[in-house]
Write a new protein. Structure first.
Length: 268
């Protein structure tokens, strides 16, 4: 089971879980939003019954206990425990409703399962907690991806790369998530079986060798991250750049509407 296990941390409505299950992997899905948990239980009733899917209905935090989780009624994929993200969302006209939910650390979660083949993390500002906790568990997957902070208010993208490097990851890709629809009907393989797959909205998309783009070393990844983060600071809707200049710039660039996943591959 160890090489067949995937963690979907921030499962949302099951967009990625469905993809992983379709390829024959066993999946541990983590989702904190109680309303989305109900949807996941209904959507994957048979997979939960068979044991191919395990659903964890808790938030990932820096410590076990209870945390404030901000449920966004306008954007269900913006649920977060990160107050910086909530401030940004409120600034964008999409305030959230706070609720109290149970939290666990990432190492607590990982210690209950074999080492995964791949871990996808997308939990709106708390991804870095997971990377820090990988050091504790030492259950390092061959492939991992996170929603990178290069286009977020936290600005922790440098720590993302440093932490991944310290864990033994030597190759990196920044994947533009707004371009995933261009991959629809791309042929993917698993255990030698070719399939075509259309990714759902909000999906993280392919992983590992099938993630689009070329692998970068750490120095190249830092250069790429610096460029993406600089564009975000200058041209995002929350940048403070004068509106007239933003409108002109957006005729030629799309960075303000893009977000990026950072993929990493274990060295050796």
């Amino acid at each position: 089971m160890a090489n067949e296990l995937i963690f979907d941390v921030g499962a949302h409505q099951g967009e990625d879980t469905a993809f992983y299950l379709s390829r024959g992997y066993s999946v541990v899905a983590v989702e904190a939003n109680p309303a989305l948990v109900l949807q996941l239980r209904a959507r994957f009733r048979s997979e939960l019954a068979s044991g191919q899917l395990i659903l964890i209905d808790k938030a990932i935090g820096s410590a076990p206990g209870t945390v404030t989780f901000y449920v966004n009624p306008q954007k269900s994929d913006w649920g977060t425990i990160d107050e910086g993200f909530e401030r940004r969302n409120r600034h964008l006209g999409k305030p959230a409703n706070p609720i109290q939910i149970e939290s666990i650390t990432f190492s607590q979660l990982l210690n209950n399962f074999p080492t995964a083949y791949y871990i996808k993390i997308d939990i709106e500002g708390s991804d870095i907690y997971c990377l820090r906790d990988l050091r504790v568990s030492q259950k390092i997957p061959k492939y991992i991806s996170i929603e990178s902070a290069v286009t977020s208010p936290s600005g922790s993208w440098k720590e993302e790369i440093s932490t991944l490097s310290s864990l033994g990851y030597t190759n990196f890709k920044f994947v533009n998530q707004t371009k995933l629809t261009e991959l629809d009907e791309t042929t993917l393989t698993h255990h030698g079986i070719a399939i075509k797959y259309r990714h759902e909205e909000h999906a993280s998309g392919p992983f590992g060798e099938e993630a689009p783009g070329v692998w970068l070393n750490e120095v190249q990844a830092r250069r790429s991250g610096f460029r993406l983060a600089s564009d975000y600071r200058l041209f995002s809707k929350t940048s403070g750049t004068p509106l007239a200049l933003l409108k002109l710039t957006r005729l030629f660039r799309k960075h303000d509407k893009s977000w990026y996943d950072l993929h990493a591959r274990l060295g050796g």
